[in-house]
Design a protein around this ligand. Sequence first.
Ligand code: FAD
Ligand code: COA
Length: 401
Amino acid sequence: MITALDKDRIRLRDQARELAQGPIRARAAEVDRTEQYPWDHVDAMKDAGFLGMTIPKAYGGQSKDWLDAVLVIEEMAKTCSIAGRIAVETNMGAVSAIMAYGSEEQRKLAADMVLSGDKPAICITEPDAGSDASGMTTRADKRGNRYVLNGKKHWITGGGVSRLHLIFAKIFDEQGNFEGVGGFLAIRDETQGLEIVKREPTMGLRGIPEAEVAFNDMELPPSALIMPPRGLKKGFADLMTAYNSQRVGAGTVALGIMEGAYELALDWTEEREQFGRPINEFQGVQWRLADMSIRIAAAQALIYKAAESGKDGFPDKIMAAQAKIYTSENAIQVVNEALQLFGARGYSRNLPLERMARDVRMFTIGGGTAEVLRNVVASGLLGKKLPQTRDGYMPKMEAAE
Ligand code: FAD
Ligand code: COA
């Protein structure tokens, strides 16, 4: 059951809408064309209180819940996917893991950085470990009072602009025994051995760099390690539990993009006349609009429900996966339908539809592909590991007692 939006939430959504429809919309095309990270958007969102909203008040945030963040992300993404993604990554993902599991010192550090405009990077994916994230080879070896990290991550959102990095790594003790998976905090330009190797040329979402990040004998103190609540042996599962918030956030960006495209199509089909009447008087167009609205309503319900499932912690992994699958796949359809309704104009770079079509294509891939998320849903529903998952066909690397 979705809670109706109360007055405070409506006010928050309207405040976000005003910013998104004003200065954010005005620069969205330029951000895409120039492929430059929009620091002006960051400043505007910071001033509006949209960065680090979910951070507890004790650390300078507003203790907002996931649904509050979702409302802001949705509005931002209607006009600019990049602003939407900045809202995701300053409220969910890495931030949420640090705030839930971090030490006092780690929480303060992350809160200060995020609230002053840093969008943390979350480093999970590797060239040989994408969907099979637990097959990562980035390792942290304990050497006296340090950890030494070596490895490579790629497709890291914000690589080169983000300062704070949360790095998933396999941890080994002094004797080389595998202890489990942990998340390390490192700050770009302050941590020797953290190298931004190269930026990927992307199809869409061009206002945030996607980068390869390498760790070459990168030394970190034990205080840089986020200790998962159930210890290192369950470290991967605990970090993925926090990551469910990011999946809801990513789905919300897709939701915002499809709503933005639909709104443009609604206006255009009223304005455009052919055969002596507005094209929305043709039943073929009307049914198209009706189908688009149904996809949006269903996607929004799934996203809000997944956000609310995390009321007392993190969003439920099955609901987060369901919401992201449905929203990302249907957003591609809705944007494509909207583009079609614009005729040739939809194909022009003078309108935002082609940008939206490029941007929206990402969301069935990043943050867990739609296929792998179906595995998450199915294994959760069936209560068993599926043959497609790592444990289904080979033994897991056992953590030392
Ligand atoms: P692969 O795992 O190689 O998958 C290839 C194909 O095989 C896919 O279609 C997949 O669904 C399918 N497949 C694989 N395994 C199965 C299975 N068991 N059953 C059925 N089908 C399967 N990563 C980060 O760590 N941090 C980031 O900030 C980040 N940002 C990203 C931003 C963008 C724009 C993109 C595109 C990616 C980003 N990623 C990030 C990486 C992203 O999470 C991975 O791309 C994703 O997890 C898939 O991994 P892969 O690309 O290696 O694909
Ligand atoms: N939420 C909570 N726990 C999760 C989880 C999630 N989303 N995904 C996995 N886990 C837990 C599992 O329950 C399991 O816990 P257990 O040790 O208590 O049994 C543990 O993590 C390992 O999961 P499992 O499914 O056995 O791992 P696997 O080796 O088969 O790998 C995943 C599968 C988790 C890597 C794969 O489903 C996945 O999510 N890939 C996408 C990675 C991704 O999203 N990358 C985005 C980078 S930005």
